[in-house]
Ligand binder design. Structure first.
Ligand SMILES: *Cc1c(COP(=O)(O)O)cnc(C)c1O
Length: 288
C-alpha cells in the first residue's frame, strides 16, 4: 500500500460520548504503523520524493517526535531509507519513540544543541543532503509541501459548521484553512504553544481567507506542559475509549469543552468536528 492509498481510505469518525453534536475524526486510527496529521504532512513531501527513489528521507526531531516516528514508519512501509537527526546525545538511553524508529530501520544521527539549532540553515541542510544522499524534510514535516498534504483533510470536514484542531507550527491548520476557503466550514485552531502572538501575526499576513479563528489561551502553561487538570481530562476520556495525547489533542479537547460550556450555540444546532491528530505514541513520555 502506498501512503496515497492509505490517505484516501475512509477514516474512522465517532461522536464524542459526552458532548452533543460533536464528532471526532480519528486520524490516530489511520493505520497501525503510521497515523496522525504527520502522515498527511509527509504525504506532501513524499510526492516530491517519488521522482528520486534513490535518495533517503532525512528529517529532524526531538526524542519523542511524532514526526520522526511517522517518517520511520513511512520508510518501513515504502521501503525507503530514512535518517533521523535527533536533538540529543547518543549515550543517553533511547526513548520508546526512538526505539521504534530504529526498529523500523531509521538511521539515528544525534545532534548537539549547536548543530540542532542549524536545522533551518540551507548550508547545513545541503551538507546533510550530500553526506547521507538524502532529501531533507523540514522539522515537523512543515513548509509548503506539508501544507499541501494537509489539504486532503478537507473532504472529511464538509457538512460541519466548525472544525477544530490543535496547532503547533500551524501547518496542518493552514492547509485546511486554504482548502476550506469558500465552504461553509470555519476552522478553529487551538494554539498549544505560548508564542506571544507569533502564529496569529503570520496568519494575518499570509492567509487571505477569513474562515479561521485562533484560540491562544489554552496552552496550559506552554508547549508540552501537562498540569494535573489536563491529566485528569485524559483519564476521563480514557474511560470513554477516546485516548488523547498530552501535547496536542488533550489541549484541543480542553479548549473545546471550555468554549462549549460557555457558548450555548455550540450545544445546539451546530455540528462540530474535532480532529484527533494522533500523537498517542508520545504518551509513553508522560507518567499518566
Ligand atoms: C505535530 C502535531 C500537531 C501540530 O501540527 P502542526 O501542523 O505543526 O500545527 C498536532 N497534533 C499532533 C498529534 C502532532 O503530532
Amino acid at each position: 500500500m502506498t501512503l496515497d492509498e492509505l490517505l484516501q481510505a475512509e477514516i474512522p469518525r465517532q461522536p464524542v460520548a459526552d458532548l452533543a453534536y460533536t464528532d471526532i475524526l480519528r486520524l490516530d486510527q489511520l493505520h497501525p504503523l503510521i497515523s496522525g496529521n504527520k502522515a498527511f504532512k509527509l504525504s506532501g513531501h513524499l510526492a516530491a520524493a517519488e521522482h528520486q527513489p534513490e535518495l533517503a528521507l532525512l528529517s529532524f526531531g526531538g526524542p519523542f517526535s511524532n514526526h520522526l516516528h511517522a517518517l520511520a514508519a513511512a520508510g518501513k512501509l515504502l521501503k525507503r531509507r530514512t535518517i533521523g537527526v535527533v536533538r540529543g546525545y547518543a549515550d543517553v538511553a533511547l526513548t520508546p519513540t526512538l526505539m521504534d524508529c530504529r526498529d523500523w530501520g531509521m538511521e539515528l544521527v544525534f545532534a548537539d544543541k549547536q548543530s540542532y539549532a542549524r536545522r533551518y540553515e540551507p548550508d547545513y541542510q545541503q551538507q546533510l543532503a550530500s553526506r547521507y544522499q538524502a532529501l531533507v524534510i523540514p522539522e515537523g514535516g512543515g513548509g509548503e509541501a506539508g501544507e499541501v498534504g494537509c489539504e486532503r483533510l478537507a473532504r472529511h470536514c464538509l457538512g460541519y459548521q466548525q472544525v477544530w484542531l490543535a496547532a503547533g507550527s500551524g501547518t496542518t491548520a493552514q492547509g485546511l484553512i486554504k482548502a476550506l476557503r469558500g465552504s461553509n466550514t470555519e476552522v478553529v485552531a487551538v494554539n498549544v504553544v505560548a508564542d506571544q502572538g507569533e502564529l496569529r501575526r503570520r496568519w494575518q499576513q499570509q492567509l487571505a481567507a477569513d474562515n479561521w479563528r485562533l484560540l491562544e489561551n489554552y496552552h496550559l502553561g506552554g508547549f508540552a506542559k501537562c498540569p494535573a487538570e489536563l491529566r485528569q481530562l485524559i483519564r476521563h476520556y480514557d474511560q470513554l475509549q477516546l485516548p488523547l495525547d498530552p501535547v496536542y489533542t488533550a489541549k484541543l479537547v480542553w479548549a473545546y469543552r471550555q468554549q462549549y460550556q460557555s457558548d450555548p450555540a455550540l450545544q445546539q444546532q451546530q455540528r462540530v468536528l474535532l480532529i484527533h491528530s494522533g500523537g498517542l505514541q508520545g504518551r509513553r513520555g508522560y507518567p499518566l
